[in-house]
Ligand binder design. Structure first.
Ligand SMILES: NC(=O)C1=CN([C@@H]2O[C@H](COP(=O)(O)OP(=O)(O)OC[C@H]3O[C@@H](n4cnc5c(N)ncnc54)[C@H](O)[C@@H]3O)[C@@H](O)[C@H]2O)C=CC1
Ligand SMILES: O=C(CO)COP(=O)(O)O
Length: 329
């Protein structure tokens, strides 16, 4: 199946490279100059410097051309741009199936991306999402990686998973779309939390505690939303939480590290220079937690730090001072 990958940031480029290891794959990005440079160097020097594209990756700066020459579309943009891109491609999509690999919620409404896709595209085409522990750089460098493909259309999930498959890449399929999306979003908030703790040099015990109790928060919210617990314990939840809470390639972790060292969000954003989904996702996870009356103290205290209501030290003191309770309710 020939994909057009829409979004030529680090993850879109890496996924297009992975698909192109198997067959012709189109990579489209909105920045004409950046696409021309990619065409010339056969690499994405801004996001994945020095890593050459496979021969079957086709760089395309024209959106209509990209879609008309593909059999399926994979959208890989920041979550805040997801709805806009879908509206733009809807008239071009025809009966091509649609996948995405963005992680997060629609800002302002807190809707899951599959809800946004359902509203804009409807049941016009099969849909799936790709998620799990996968740093773009490692995938671009062809390091062994496992992801999950979630869809209510099992056949399309299988097609995506086969299109992505290689000696160093395996994609497991799942029918739990909400669980897969929730895991990939909440782990970004928890990567901020563990990053903050590491930036404050609180040590290994603290990181393990935040990851474990953060996981408990994810599971509580997941239960309220009807997710399968095993999805959250799998690649899209725990797997991605471990990766982004411990791996310094994570932009969310690096944002947390900067906040923990006392830097401002704005200055850290400048330094990182790429999308940090966890900042906006914190608002949307809090919105969901309140709506479903779920206790999520780590998320809540990340929210307070991000919104300047507490310093990192005050947040730590407040979390450590909470009432004692059973580990499992
Ligand atoms: N980088 C990674 O390792 C991974 C990223 N993701 C997710 O993939 C999504 C994209 O992230 P990255 O590629 O890493 O971000 P990035 O910061 O590397 O690049 C973002 C790209 O999106 C483009 N973009 C922004 N608004 C757009 C719009 N309205 N229309 C078209 N293009 C637009 C930008 O021009 C830029 O090329 C995020 O949701 C992220 O959480 C998921 C797994 C791994
Ligand atoms: O989702 C990711 C890896 O699975 C990338 O994480 P960051 O967005 O924190 O870099």
């Amino acid at each position: 199946m020939k994909f057009a990958v829409l979004g030529a940031g680090s993850w879109g480029t890496a996924l297009a490279m992975q698909l192109a290891r198997n067959g012709d794959t189109i990579l489209w990005g909105r920045d004409q100059a950046a696409m021309a440079a990619m065409q010339q160097t056969r690499s994405n020097e801004r996001y994945l410097p020095g890593i050459r594209f496979p021969g079957k990756l086709i760089v395309e700066a024209n959106l209509e051309q990209a879609i008309s020459h593909c059999e399926a579309v994979l959208v890989v943009c920041p979550s805040h741009a997801f709805g806009d891109i879908l509206k733009k491609i809807k008239p071009l999509l025809g009966d091509r199936p649609l996948a995405w690999a963005s992680k997060g919620f629609e800002p302002g409404t807190g809707r899951f991306l599959h809800e946004v896709a359902d509203e804009i595209i409807g049941d016009q085409v099969p849909m799936a999402l790709v998620t799990g522990p996968s740093f773009a750089k490692d995938v671009a460098m062809n390091k062994p990686t496992l992801v999950a493909v979630a869809s209510s259309h099992k056949e399309f999930a299988k097609q995506v998973s086969w299109a992505l498959r290689s000696d160093n890449f395996r994609a497991y399929i799942s029918e739990d779309v909400i669980g897969a999306e929730l895991g990939g979003a909440v782990k970004n908030v928890l990567a901020l939390a563990t990053g903050i703790a590491d930036g404050m040099q609180l040590g290994d015990n603290t990181r393990a505690a935040l990851m474990t109790r953060g996981m408990a928060e994810m599971m509580r919210l997941g239960e309220a939303l009807g997710c399968k617990p095993e999805t959250l314990m799998g690649l899209s939840g725990l797997g991605d939480l471990v990766l982004t809470s411990t791996g310094d390639l994570s932009r969310n972790r690096r944002m947390g590290l900067a906040l923990g060292r006392g830097e401002s969000i704005e200055s850290a954003k400048q330094t990182i220079g790429q999308v940090v989904e966890g900042i906006g996702t914190t608002d949307e996870v809090m919105r969901l937690a309140k709506k479903h009356d779920i206790d999520m103290p780590i998320t809540e205290h990340v929210w307070k730090v991000v919104h300047g209501e507490l310093t990192t030290v005050e947040a730590l003191t407040a979390l450590m001072g909470r009432d004692l309770r059973p580990e499992f309710d």
